[in-house]
Write a protein that binds this ligand. Structure first.
Ligand SMILES: NC(=O)c1ccc[n+]([C@@H]2O[C@H](COP(=O)([O-])OP(=O)(O)OC[C@H]3O[C@@H](n4cnc5c(N)ncnc54)[C@H](OP(=O)(O)O)[C@@H]3O)[C@@H](O)[C@H]2O)c1
Length: 277
């Protein structure tokens, strides 16, 4: 049986680190032609060195906050290969802190990468995929796109927006039968460099496991890919039970405040312990 991803043309933004890096590596192993994208020459060069044994890998430094650069990324790929099968809009940046301490530049930076970066990718890929009559756009949101964590206002805003726009386009394109599929990826904690130097949360998923879950969902053309399972279950419960959501959020705010604002440590774990499902 042939592998779904074998011979496919794929772009992975944020492919130089974390989830995107592991995703690129797995797709390269499975025979895809992968354009590995990072924003900095330095990280792109590093990825190029570590993927040097793969002749099916291409690399480019593309700042996803530039519409022109993202358009060029898609144009270059299509000029080289004639089409584009999968676009993973995975690049993203985190941000946490007290909302009043965030400058407008901080708000704008996160919106530009996490939301405009995805919009530019979709805008550049859609005409190509419509012409092909096929293609799959996979946008990375977060569990922060499914509920609203305290001290992560702008990150939460962008991830809700990514989830909303992807779901909107998913139904639109399915209804019109354009042949273009859309998936939203909502990871819980995944072990990437965001946890460098701090204690890895107990509920964090190893990055290779995250990639297997994501690719299994993409293969099935799942609209929403939410993981890990226990976090998915927790969020479904909270969204269906407003009283539990309130109780959970009050405790999440308290633990975040105590660990981050008082001790200067990132609080990443979800307080699963306070809700009985
Ligand atoms: N890890 C988690 O626990 C977790 C949980 C939920 C959601 N997510 C989401 O999953 C995605 C990947 O997260 P990660 O933890 O794997 O991140 P990561 O290890 O920090 O990697 C981020 C990637 O995004 C790229 N990037 C950042 N700004 C960019 C820009 N302006 N233009 C192009 N590329 C840019 C980086 O490239 P350079 O280094 O070259 O800038 C890097 O390759 C993000 O969207 C994140 O929000 C992660």
């Amino acid at each position: 049986m042939t592998d779904t991803f074998e011979g496919k043309i794929v772009i992975v933004t944020g492919g130089t680190s974390g989830i995107g890096y592991a995703l690129s590596e797995t797709l390269l192993k499975r025979g895809s032609y992968v354009w590995v994208i990072g924003s900095r020459q330095e990280s792109v060069l590093k990825a190029k060195q570590s993927f040097s044994k793969y002749s099916n890998a291409q690399f480019a430094a593309v700042d996803v906050t530039s519409a022109d650069a993202v358009q060029k990324m898609v144009d270059d790929c299509v000029n080289e290969f004639g089409h584009l099968d999968y676009l993973f809009n995975n690049a993203g940046v985190g941000m946490m802190g007290q909302s009043e301490d965030m400058t407008l530049d901080m708000w704008k930076k996160v919106v530009e990468v996490n939301l405009w970066g995805v919009i530019y990718g979709v805008h550049a890929a859609l005409p190509v995929m419509l012409k092909q009559g096929s293609g799959h756009i996979i946008n990375t949101s977060s569990i922060a796109g499914l509920f609203s964590r305290p001290y992560r206002a702008v990150y939460t805003a962008t991830k809700h927006a990514v989830k909303g726009m992807t779901e909107s386009m998913r139904y639109e394109h399915a209804g019109r039968g354009t042949g273009i599929a859309f998936s939203t990826v909502c990871p819980g904690n995944v072990v990437t460099k965001i946890f460098d130097g701090i204690e890895i949360p107990k509920d964090a998923v190893p990055v290779d496991e995250a990639v297997n879950i994501i690719l299994a969902g993409v293969e099935k053309k799942d609209g929403m890919i939410i993981f890990p399972k226990n976090t998915k279950k927790l969020i479904e419960h909270l969204n269906a039970n407003p009283n539990d959501m309130e109780k959970f959020m009050i405790e999440l705010e308290r633990r975040t405040r105590v660990t981050y604002l008082e001790k200067g440590e990132l609080y990443a774990e979800l307080p699963h312990d306070i809700i009985k499902i």
